[in-house]
Design a protein around this ligand. Structure first.
Ligand SMILES: CC(C)(COP(=O)(O)OP(=O)(O)OC[C@H]1O[C@@H](n2cnc3c(N)ncnc32)[C@H](O)[C@@H]1OP(=O)(O)O)[C@@H](O)C(=O)NCCC(=O)NCCS
Length: 125
């Protein structure tokens, strides 16, 4: 794995108290939903329309996220098919200048371009 983020910055937010579990760490599910949003932003920009998540693969959580951490989601297109887009999504967190940004998690998400009726549509290349 690279020591710097791969891809483009598609979403940035801050972990809030409501996003934590009983032990004070941020829920993994909250992080996955930020990744989903970041991937959708990139997929919808590329396909010029709506997209739906069809698969999430190869997730791994490396370090815990704390309240107040700045979460940055980086997205990189791996493959564009007829109707689908496979995206590598990395999450990095930073808090203040006391430590360097760290990779929190990474995963491969697949989005399908859909039309207004929710049916798949061809991605123009
Ligand atoms: C997205 C949806 C319209 C796709 O319709 P579909 O007829 O099932 O689509 P297909 O099986 O033909 O697959 C469409 C594309 O996704 C790819 N795909 C399907 N299942 C996949 C999987 N498990 N992993 C990766 N890619 C997958 C196919 O290879 C195809 O890609 P291509 O056209 O680029 O070759 C439909 O599955 C759907 O509505 N799913 C729910 C989406 C949703 O609500 N997501 C939010 C989370 S609840």
């Amino acid at each position: 794995m690279s020591k710097t983020p791969e891809g483009i910055l598609s979403l940035q937010t801050i972990a809030m108290p409501a996003d934590t579990n009983w032990s004070g760490n941020v829920f993994g599910g909250w992080i996955v939903s930020q990744m989903d949003l970041a991937g959708a932003i990139h997929a919808e920009r590329l396909s010029q329309g709506r997209c739906a998540t069809i698969a999430i693969n190869e997730m791994s959580f490396l370090v815990p996220v704390k309240v107040g951490d700045v979460i940055s989601c980086y997205t990189k297109i791996l493959k564009v098919g007829n109707t689908s887009i496979q995206i590598q999504i990395e999450v990095w967190d930073s808090h203040d200048s006391s430590r360097e940004a760290r990779r929190v998690t990474a995963g491969i998400f697949t989005f399908v371009a859909i039309d207004g009726d929710g049916h798949k549509r061809i991605i123009a290349k």
